[in-house]
Write a protein that binds this ligand. Structure first.
Ligand code: MUC
Ligand code: MN
Length: 387
């Protein structure tokens, strides 16, 4: 008897962040996660997560939209389908649903988690096998305040948690932002690598001047300085900047990665399974990066434990990961909805060995924070910032 997909459930879960996280386009003080449960006829359930930043401020999918896309359009395509081939199941979804990369990634993760659990293998084994058991993880300093960011970095270094920091800039005038970055780099010196993420906020002229000043300040990497559609500008900037340039929002699938590799639009790629449209698509971006002599970095959408560990399984299979990862999402949340939190130590995230994702959802806790669940909390009702 073939094992088929019986049911697909989606939940929206709201968790506050430990402090406001300030980016160029929005500030968040909670994270909204869309969880997917794929229930199979053999009793195995796979888990996936779709999370973005600040509703629709970062990308063109919101957690609420992901839930709708899955409930209304994707789930009916999957019910009764063979659960043993996530690739065939996702091909069916892709044939009928355009775009919706975050929703597709969450579904593909759940299908792969179920298949790997059934096989008794860690997800990384299904994706080709691990090249490493731990991933270096940086921390983003984004409180919006220089002194607080320096204090936060010092605490992280002292605790052995992070020694590489990404600073979110682009919200304020360029000179003010760079003074903030330079002060942090000066305070940390050689004890830390400092990078910046402009989140598309600059134009090419600002970026050319900014890159020169950031080089003088000792910054190691500049992430997505220009709007995602300005590929020619990214290529010109990459050829002129003394600091390596990384593409993030511009990479919405392997096709974008191929263009960037052809025109050397970046020195490094931030690889994010949700932006890519799934774990397999993200793996193809890494292959293009490697073939194009472009550096590889494991990005995040500030996901919780499920999305984070799914990405970690994939990143563990990459043969090159020159720029490390930023898989710190669960550490930014006040609560963990996993039964056992992810294992962060020695500046790294340690991959679990159990089958599938290798993590267990604390169902009671997740239901408590579920927006539409029985334990609906004050958190989801008292939020003032835009969803
Ligand atoms: O990279 C982004 O643009 C999004 C995200 C990742 C880390 C962080 O602080 O924000
Ligand atoms: Mn980024």
């Amino acid at each position: 008897m073939p094992i088929v997909i019986d049911k697909v459930d989606t939940w929206i879960v709201d968790i506050p962040t430990i402090r406001p996280h300030v980016l160029s386009m929005t500030s968040i003080s909670r994270q909204v996660m869309m969880l997917v449960f794929v229930h199979c006829s053999d009793g195995v359930t796979g888990l996936g997560e779709g999370t973005t930043i600040g509703g629709l401020s970062y990308g063109d999918e919101s957690p609420e939209g992901m839930k709708l896309a899955i409930d209304r359009y994707c789930a009916p395509l999957l019910i009764g389908a063979d659960a043993s081939s996530p690739a065939a199941a996702m091909a069916r979804v892709r044939a009928h649903v355009v775009g919706n990369h975050f929703a597709k990634n969450a579904l593909e993760t759940a299908l792969l988690d179920a298949a790997a659990r059934r096989a008794g293998l860690p997800l990384s084994a299904l994706l080709g096998g691990r090249m490493r058991d731990r991933l270096p993880v940086l921390w983003t300093l984004a409180s919006g305040d220089t002194a607080r960011d320096i204090a936060e970095a010092e605490t992280m270094i002292a605790a052995g948690r992070h020694d590489t920091f990404k600073l979110k800039i682009g919200k304020r005038a360029m000179a003010r932002d760079i003074a903030h970055v330079a002060a942090i780099k000066q305070a940390l010196g050689d004890r830390a690598s400092v990078r910046v993420d402009v989140n598309q906020a600059w134009d090419e002229q600002t970026a050319l001047r900014g890159a020169a000043m950031l080089a003088d300040a000792g910054v190691d990497l500049i992430e997505q300085p220009l709007p995602h559609a300005d590929r020619a500008g990214m290529a010109r900037l990459t050829s002129r900047s003394r600091v390596p340039i990384m593409a993030d929002e511009a990479l919405r699938g392997p096709g974008d990665a191929l263009d960037f590799a052809r025109f050397r639009g970046a020195d490094a790629f931030s690889i994010k399974p949700p932006q890519a449209g799934g774990l397999f698509a993200a793996g193809r971006i890494a292959a293009i990066a490697t073939a194009g002599h472009i550096g590889v970095y494991g990005g995040t959408m500030l996901e919780g434990g499920i999305g984070t560990i799914a990405a970690a399984h994939l990143f563990s299979t990459f043969d090159r990961l020159e720029w490390g990862t930023e898989l710190f999402g669960p550490l930014l949340q006040t609560e963990d909805i996993l039964a056992e939190p992810l294992d962060y130590r020695d500046f790294s995230l340690i991959l679990p060995d159990g089958p599938g994702l290798g993590v267990t959802l604390d169902l009671e806790k997740a239901s408590h924070f579920r927006r539409d669940g029985p334990g609906r909390t004050a958190v989801s009702l008292s939020i003032k910032e835009p969803i």
